[in-house]
Design a protein around this ligand. Structure first.
Ligand code: ATP
Ligand code: MG
Length: 635
């Protein structure tokens, strides 16, 4: 994969302008220079935004696993493709070479075919972060089966909903999974889920924990004996550019999860290109993204992006707090990680703990550090920059979504000067615009609006599985002709973007639109505060007022909550203005979060309004017990 030959901001702007003036030419060159195709395209892109119909590399034929694996074999066969770092640090890490990965994916692909899986069939993968998760996912792609990886932290009913929504024929799971000091009974969860999933005919079970499990006669089989009997010779399926590659459900922060469908060629081109450029990837780098493969971040930047570039990618089974809070840093040193990509929720959790955990380690192999998933507040940004990046590694605050397939707005390391809380500039090929309430494009800088993208890019999801109408309505109706992200953003005086939160979360106080991120950022600056979330609630005079939920750091100093509330409000007043002062502040021990670690503001909004009757879909909620605590402690 080629990298931009950009050395400074001026050159970036030149390249960017070219990509906007001639997007077809821009993507055509990237696609033809960096991949192996069975057949090239007739047309680079074909689209009708009003109908939400988008096609890239029309009529091209390709297989993504040929590009991820086979083509590297000649020169990089012995190179490590995957480093597996187990949950338990005393268990040996594994190094899987490209040659071994090829053999294992081919065997798995043959097993799938022997089990009756054909091109276009859906396979649900519910596995912990072990090599088999990568291998089975790639094996599906190899034979053209559509993978639907479901994060192995979801409950039985959440898995069942997802299996049924996409009519999966097969489930691949394991006898269990390790997470910190816990063992999770994944097969038990699948057994419970499958009571209500008539579409599933077969279950393949990977052995990981050696737990005693129930194997249902005629349905369940251990995977290993099937692999042992399978040939490692496999011909990849020839896929059309627009054949679906996978279905992936969004995090569910805002409502019913959506089964986003990504297709083959566009997703391949986009993840490879963004990986290479956003992480400044070079040949001998060791890349580590701490997300789970069950989220888009894991799909694009643990699996596809790195492998398409012939990189070495780390799969980490554990959690940042086990055996203690230095695990991330220990793994970076152990495997000489050069790029580290994680989420604000992890950064905040680690920043709450003693600095000794991170300062014990020399993180000098690191070159670039990244953040994704939520707005990163200023304090967390500085902590990350100072203590992990040593003020030496650019922090790439990458804004993107399940729907976008890959990173959209982000600094380019060593080119774009970073600015805390700013995702900065769009990547070449991406055309963001800010829209006002009257659906007009807002020109110029120092403006705020709804973030839309006005021209398609190869990685955009093509539909919601089984519900194109919902896809069109959700993303293409609010601002006709444009893709609406659902997020609000501001553009500063130099054109840098800052995501201010979801448009649905904006609170209108006395006629002023207030985004959640900047206010939470101000609250979090207070030395006693670890994390916070704000929502609006109805107010007679102001229309809406602000309600803040605040988690304190473990310090005993601030026992006087009343005084502390005043100080927090003073802080908000100084940084944002008196209009953003909170009417109510509730101190809590935790916040409701999705299983991917994001704050679920819609639940807090209900609590603030005193409406406990309808929390909507809570299947993606990580910590339901905290909801009870907050309800009971409501002021
Ligand atoms: P759902 O769509 O089901 O509500 P979700 O939006 O949380 O769930 P994802 O696709 O995983 O599901 O998350 C994308 C969203 O995460 C973005 O729309 C944005 O709100 C937020 N986000 C991601 N990265 C960043 C970032 N760097 N800065 C600010 N916000 C971010
Ligand atoms: Mg979303």
């Amino acid at each position: 994969m080629s990298r931009y030959k950009i050395n400074n901001l001026e050159e970036y702007f030149k390249e960017y302008k070219k990509s906007v003036r001639e997007p077809r030419k821009f993507w055509d060159k990237i696609a033809s220079e960096n991949f192996t195709w069975y057949q090239e395209w007739d047309k680079v892109v074909d689209f009708n935004m009003a109908e939400a119909e988008i096609k890239w590399f029309v009529d091209a034929k390709v297989n993504i696993t040929k590009n991820c694996i086979d083509r590297h074999l000649a020169k990089k066969g012995d190179k490590t493709a995957i480093i597996f770092e187990p949950n338990d640090p005393s268990e040996e890490a594994l190094h899987i070479s490209y040659t071994e990965l090829h053999q294992r994916v081919c065997k798995m692909a043959n097993v799938l075919r022997e089990q009756g899986i054909e091109k276009g069939d859906r396979v649900c993968i519910y596995l912990p972060m072990i090599p088999e998760l990568a291998i089975t996912t790639l094996a599906c792609a190899r034979i053209g089966a559509i993978h639907s990886v479901v994060f192995a932290g979801f409950s039985a009913s959440a898995v069942a909903t997802r299996i049924n929504d996409s009519d999966c024929k097969m489930v691949i799971t394991s006898d269990g999974g390790y997470r910190g000091n816990k063992t999770i009974d994944l097969k038990g969860i699948i057994d419970e889920a499958l009571v209500n999933t008539p579409c599933v005919a077969n279950v393949l079970v990977v052995k990981r924990t050696n737990s005693t499990i129930n194997m249902q006669e005629g349905r369940d089989q251990w995977l290993q004996p099937l692999l042992d009997a399978a040939s490692d010779n496999n011909t990849a399926e020839i896929m059309d550019a627009e054949d679906p590659l996978f279905i992936l459900y969004t995090s569910g922060s805002t409502g019913k999860p959506k089964g986003m469908v990504h297709t083959t060629a566009g997703y391949m081109v986009y993840t490879a290109y963004t990986f290479k450029n956003v992480f400044n990837y070079e040949d001998n780098d060791i890349f580590w993204c701490t997300a789970d493969i069950g989220w888009i971040t894991g799909h694009s930047y643990i699996l596809y992006g790195p492998l398409l570039n012939g990189a070495t990618t780390v799969i980490f089974e554990g959690v940042p707090s086990y055996p203690d809070y230095s695990r991330f840093w220990e793994v970076i040193v152990k495997h000489k990680v050069t790029q580290f990509y994680t989420a604000p929720t992890a950064i905040r959790a680690l920043a709450k703990e003693s600095l000794d955990f991170v300062q014990k380690y020399q993180l000098d192999t690191l070159k670039v550090i990244g953040s994704v998933g939520e707005p990163i507040n200023e304090e967390a940004w500085h902590w990350y920059n100072d203590h992990v990046g040593d003020k030496r590694c650019p922090v790439v605050d990458t804004w993107w979504q399940t729907e976008t397939g890959g990173i959209m707005i982000s600094p380019i390391p060593f080119v774009t000067p970073t600015k805390p809380t700013y995702a900065t500039l769009p990547l070449p090929g991406i055309q963001p615009v800010l829209m006002d309430e009257k659906r007009n494009e807002i020109e110029g800088n120092q403006v705020v609006g709804s973030l839309c993208i006005k021209y398609p890019w190869p990685g955009i999801a093509r539909t919601i599985w089984g519900d194109h109408k919902r896809y069109k309505e959700t993303y293409f109706t609010a601002f006709p002709g444009k893709y609406f992200t659902g997020d609000g953003a501001l553009r500063d005086e130099v054109g840098y973007y800052r995501i201010t939160g979801r448009v649905d979360d904006v609170v209108i106080v006395s006629g002023h639109n207030l985004g959640t991120a900047p206010i939470e950022d101000a609250i979090n600056e207070h030395p006693a505060v670890a994390e916070s979330a704000i929502v609006g609630f109805p107010h007679d005079v102001k229309g809406n007022a602000l309600y803040g939920f605040v988690i304190l750091k473990e310090t005993g100093e601030y026992r006087d909550r009343e005084n502390l509330s005043k100080e927090i409000n003073q802080q908000v007043s100084n940084q944002i203005g008196p209009i953003a002062k909170l009417d109510k502040i509730q101190f809590v021990s935790g916040l409701p979060k999705t299983r991917s670690g994001k704050i679920m503001r819609r639940i807090l909004r209900k609590i603030a309004e005193g409406d406990y009757s309808n929390f909507g879909d809570t299947s993606t909620l990580l910590n339901p017990e905290i909801v009870e605590e907050i309800k009971n402690g409501k002021i």
